[in-house]
Design a protein around this ligand. Structure first.
Ligand code: SAH
Length: 267
């Protein structure tokens, strides 16, 4: 969510395989394939559940996050989704660069947005997010968390290099339900996988695309960072209600946020 950060100067002393991975002139698809083969940092303690538990304990102490969401976050190794050189920061409450000028969202923002989705009428009844559409797969971290809270996940990414990276990242995890990853423009949703009980956007647009409303099932909830007049970008929640046989969409605006832009077309 924050402006992309530069890689720290210490990367210059990276080991040979890391240097190879981060060389900007390497074709990204090749680099991501290489990354999958590289050994992850060991002896850093990042592979232990305790470090994730500590991150979740800090979030829990704030007293405002959904317990099911926190449990899912405690199960997903966030350091596996960022470059090795940034892995040590993976359990801080911070956005980190994932390449292509994009970022992995802050853990507290992921927890907050998924909590708002879980609080939707349909999800409360089911105790699950049901069928989910995520727009903006990025590195795949949030898709992995959602997969532990949902019946089915479809996640769309417009940047092919990130879509490929997410596929490799998610393949390494033994998720009970692998997210269905789509390379495409998420502004048109994914009608073939819908309708969806929950829709979540990880990039902020000027408006909520009509296709998302059309693909939101009755009783479903959508959450998306969206431009709001005079307030910059805010989290918008839309509930698809059915009253007297007719659909209506109830909109509420939450706090101001700063997400990367929702863009049209694919790269
Ligand atoms: N959920 C991600 C966060 C990624 S940042 C994670 O856990 O890492 C937001 C992502 O939205 C970026 O990767 C960006 O490329 C993508 N994006 C922006 N506009 C899009 C669009 N129209 N369709 C699909 N993805 C889009």
């Amino acid at each position: 969510m924050s402006a992309p950060k530069r890689f720290p100067a210490s990367l210059k002393s990276a080991t040979a395989p890391q240097r190879e991975l981060l060389m900007p002139q390497r074709h990204l698809r090749q680099a991501t394939a290489d990354a999958a083969r590289l050994a992850r940092p060991s002896g850093t303690g990042l592979d232990s559940g305790a470090v994730r538990e500590r991150m979740v304990a800090r979030l829990r102490a704030e007293g405002k996050f959904d317990e099911q969401v926190l449990a899912a976050m405690a199960a997903v190794p966030r350091h596996e989704f960022v470059d090795s050189a940034l892995a040590a920061q993976a359990y801080e409450d911070t956005a980190l660069p994932i390449g292509h000028g994009q970022t992995i969202s802050k853990p507290s923002v992921v927890a907050h947005m998924l909590g708002l989705l879980m609080a939707g009428g349909g999800a409360r009844q089911r105790g699950s997010l049901g069928r989910v559409l995520e727009i903006g797969t990025g590195c795949g971290y949030q898709a992995a968390v959602i997969a532990l809270l949902a019946r089915q996940v479809t996640s769309i990414e417009r940047v092919q290099g990130l879509h490929d990276k997410a596929r490799l990242n998610l393949q390494r995890l033994a998720l009970p339900r692998a997210p269905r990853l789509i390379w495409g423009d998420g502004r048109i949703g994914h009608a073939a996988s819908g309708p969806f009980d929950s829709i979540i956007a990880a990039a902020g647009g000027e408006d909520i695309p009509q296709a998302w409303l059309a693909q939101l099932a009755p009783g479903g909830r959508l959450i998306a960072p969206t431009a709001a007049s005079g307030r910059g970008q805010v989290l918008v929640v839309l509930d698809h209600l059915v009253e007297g046989g007719a659909s209506c969409w109830v909109r509420s605006e939450h706090e101001a946020v700063l997400f990367v832009p929702l863009k049209s077309g694919v790269l």
